[in-house]
Design a protein around this ligand. Structure first.
Ligand code: GTP
Ligand code: K
Ligand code: MG
Length: 419
């Protein structure tokens, strides 16, 4: 096993730069640079020397095997935050046979050493990429291992059911087959119900994790781009009185009171003979159809093509006329705060339905568990036992207790270097 090192803090100048080393050479390397090993987990001020050269005076923390983030012997060096110092240290570390860590390699070792399960690793990745408060809370639950605990609890039930079935097989008389006890089916039903609940919350969880899309659509010149600019409070989209100004879909990422919401400005919908405009319109329709919510904007307030009851239909340019119905003016800002309130309310309700399972990989594993548990009560005990083993295995896979190899690259490559 290589000993790896990386800057755990972003490169550049700053108050402190933290370099982490992990692996079998960490101990001797630290001793050679900083003298006798400090007490574990105690911050100690040390001179770091490479031969006669004083590299820096740094705070040093030593973690013993089993007591570090990776589970390996690990040292953390808190240097003065200047790239020249980290570079000088890297030079000394490379000379001692350490190598630079790859992206996510510390976390990957933490997983391989049983310091976190796969769902926790996914939660950690989500936490690092979270952009809003609601995403942070969701990711934090995952990173804290709630799904692993849930899955272990369900597995205990399946194992108990399996043991009861095995017992009924062992004691069965050749002529008088022992009945599988009713408790087995009760346990299986309980597990299936819990899994159905986890799966029911999956779409809401996945949407919150990825962030919501809200498409602004409507006929040309409705004022869609003006509204996007008003929401973003800057000139994102071109605005003109020429119908068909917007062609590409434009995105505005926002943090709507903790919810991750991307507003889409789209090409005005109409029959167009201009091939480029027609491409824009096709794209607008597609993005709008895929969005979580649509705002239909038009000067007469008549919705073009409502897709969903939750969608919002509004009349634009409220400053011009006095027609009835809900209206906004992107020009004066009238009604825009209320519109954002409405969008927030709609999405908040969906976010509230989120749960523990937010990744496709996890949902697919749970579906495998359910399939394995589609059991007919008349199934022979031998087959029943086999189904229970399958189900238990799929549950273990969900959190990477077994068969995680295929996913490791995908999960850990999304981490940054030093994590
Ligand atoms: N009076 C008034 N004019 C507006 C308002 N919103 C937009 N406009 C004007 O309406 C015209 C069209 O605005 P855009 O924002 O380009 O409309 P659009 O829906 O994006 O148009 P396309 O991209 O061509 O589909 C521009 O001249 C805007 O200044 C409004 O609330 N009040
Ligand atoms: K326009
Ligand atoms: Mg536009």
């Amino acid at each position: 096993m290589d000993t790896i090192f990386a800057e755990a803090t972003p490169p550049g100048r700053g108050g402190v730069s933290v370099v982490r080393l992990s692996g079998p050479l960490a101990r001797t390397t630290l001793e050679s640079l900083a003298g006798p090993l400090p007490e574990p987990r105690r911050t100690t001020l040390r001179a770091l020397r490479d031969g006669g050269d004083l590299i820096d005076r740094a705070l040093v923390v030593w973690f013993e095997e089993g007591g570090s983030f990776t589970g390996e012997e690990t040292a953390e060096l808190h240097l003065h935050g200047a790239p020249v110092i980290a570079n000088r240290l890297s030079h000394a570390l490379l000379a001692r046979g350490l190598r630079r860590a790859e992206a996510g390699e510390f976390s990957r070792r933490a997983f391989l050493n049983g310091r976190m399960d796969l769902a926790e690793a996914e939660g950690l990745a989500d936490l690092l990429s979270a952009e809003t408060e609601a995403q942070r809370r969701l990711a934090m639950r995952a990173a804290e291992g709630e799904l692993g605990e849930k899955s272990d609890a369900l597995r205990v039930k399946l194992i108990r059911a399996g043991a009861l079935v095995e017992a009924s097989i062992d004691f069965a008389d050749e002529d008088v087959p022992e009945d599988v006890p009713a408790e087995v089916f009760a346990l299986i039903e309980g597990v299936k119900n819990d899994i159905r609940q986890l799966l029911a919350a999956y779409p809401a969880t996945e949407r919150l994790r990825q962030g919501y899309e809200v498409a602004i659509i409507g006929p040309p010149n409705a004022g869609k781009s003006t509204l996007l600019n008003r929401i973003g409070q800057r000139e994102i989209a071109l605005v003109s009185d020429i119908a068909g100004t917007t062609r590409d879909t434009l995105e505005l990422r926002t943090d709507l009171r903790g919810l991750p919401v991307t507003f889409l400005d789209t090409a005005g919908l109409r029959e167009s003979r201009d091939p480029v405009e027609a491409m824009g319109i096709a794209r607008a329709r597609k993005r709008a159809a895929e969005a979580d919510l649509r705002i239909y904007l038009s000067e007469d307030g008549r919705p073009v093509e409502v897709q969903d009851d939750e969608d919002i239909s509004l009349r634009s340019k409220a400053d011009l006329g006095n027609a009835t119905g809900p209206a906004i003016s992107a020009l004066t800002g009238e009604g825009v705060a209320e519109l954002l309130d409405l969008v927030y309310d709609r999405l908040r309700v969906r976010a509230a339905d989120s749960g523990l399972v937010g990744h496709k990989r996890q949902a697919e594993a749970l579906e495998r568990v359910l399939r394995a548990l589609e059991i007919d009560n008349s199934l022979a005990p031998e087959f029943l036992a086999e189904s229970l083993r399958h189900a238990s295995h799929a549950l273990a896979m969900m959190v990477g207790r077994v068969g995680a190899e295929d996913y490791l690259d995908e999960i850990f490559s999304s981490f940054c270097i030093g994590k």
